[in-house]
Design a protein around this ligand. Structure first.
Ligand SMILES: C[S@@+](CC[C@H](N)C(=O)[O-])C[C@H]1O[C@@H](n2cnc3c(N)ncnc32)[C@H](O)[C@@H]1O
Length: 325
């Protein structure tokens, strides 16, 4: 069977995110993370002939499979796939003449399909080349990092992107091993990490290499930097009442989204003791649902990946409308 039809990814918080986006049939929507086109198909299905969908993915194989799926929706709406990092969303939209959109969705990280393809090297559970690039034309693989960076740099990656308690211990084990033989396979790395862990850590439910793999994947794909770029420009490119919905899968991502939404809602930097605001910074709008939405037990039982997902949404409201409220 061709990869297009093999693409298996169950969209997380599907109904909830489409509802949160508050889709207008004639609106213009951006899906930053097309993946298997699950959410994108749902958006497209809600648009009429004047609606438009722009979807980003930097993985060529995902784009191919998703394109076939979007075709099958048979929508009258216009749709387009952009092969670019969503970090460049504002520039990429400007290049095609778009300055404002009605909604943005980002379902972060990798798809189940990417994780399941051993040859893409994302998984500690299957042996494959130590790659982890979403964009296969990107210059740096996970093997490049573990084979070339200093122990201190590797430890910083594991600590900052994996919140790995044993970061230095693992980094030293990596450096010792590469002096004998460079890393090439996921299984090699998973085994070195496992052996570097103290006995008590091996008793944890999760695989000992889980945090190391997460950290390397985030570093290889500049995942947090892309999210920061999106958060930096989103309020500028959303129309009045336009919404941004972001699904995160770990606390590092969620913290960035939570803090950005909080500052968009309350950007004032004046000391609390000031009787009136003099900084002049105006809120961009309001958060929709303060704590975000998590998957219910039914979804978690059907799709384990949804266990760590959290959906947050923010609606831009014009300054004029806010003062009239
Ligand atoms: C979790 S999947 C999205 C699944 C999709 N929502 C669905 O329902 O099928 C994330 C996808 O976004 C892509 N991706 C992640 N970060 C990206 C970035 N910064 N720029 C472009 N694509 C990215 C990945 O290659 C992957 O295909």
């Amino acid at each position: 069977m061709s990869k297009d039809y093999d693409f298996k990814h169950v969209s997380v918080l599907y109904e909830e995110s489409l509802e949160m986006l508050n889709i207008r049939p004639d609106g213009l929507y951006v899906d930053c993370t097309l993946g298997g086109a699950g959410h994108s198909s749902g958006i497209l299905g809600r648009l009429d002939a004047s609606g438009r969908l722009i979807a980003f993915d930097k993985d060529a194989e995902a784009r191919n499979a998703a394109s076939a799926r979007l075709e099958s929706v048979n929508s009258q709406a216009n749709w387009q796939i952009i092969s670019r990092d969503f970090a460049d969303i504002e520039v990429a939209l400007n290049e095609i003449g778009i300055t404002a959109v009605d909604g943005i969705l980002a379902d972060l990280g990798v798809s189940s399909w990417q994780l399941d393809q051993a040859e893409r090297g994302f998984s500690y559970g299957q042996d494959g080349p130590l790659d982890m690039r979403m964009d296969q034309s990107a210059p740096v693989t996970a093997a490049d990092i573990v084979n070339n960076e200093s122990a201190e740099e590797i430890a910083a990656i594991l600590r900052n992107y994996g919140e790995e308690r044993y970061a230095m211990r693992i980094a030293n084990a990596i450096v010792r091993r590469r002096e004998v033989q460079a890393f090439a396979r996921t299984e090699d790395l998973a085994e070195v990490v496992r052996k570097a862990m103290p006995a008590k850590a091996l008793k944890e439910k999760q695989h000992p290499a889980r945090r190391t793999f997460q950290a390397l994947r985030i570093s290889v794909n500049h995942e947090l930097a892309a999210l920061e770029s999106l958060l930096e420009c989103a309020p500028r490119i959303l129309k009045n009442h336009g919404r941004i919905c972001i699904i995160t899968f770990h606390s590092l991502e969620d913290r960035l989204v939570k803090e950005a939404f909080r500052s968009w809602e309350n950007p004032c930097t004046c000391p609390r003791s000031f009787p009136v605001c003099i900084c002049g910074k105006k809120p961009y709008g309001r958060q929709v649902g303060r704590k975000g939405i998590v998957a219910n037990d039914e979804e978690i039982s059907l799709n384990a990946r949804s266990r760590s997902a959290r959906l947050r949404c923010f609606e831009v409201i014009s300054e004029e409308e806010q003062t009239n409220e």
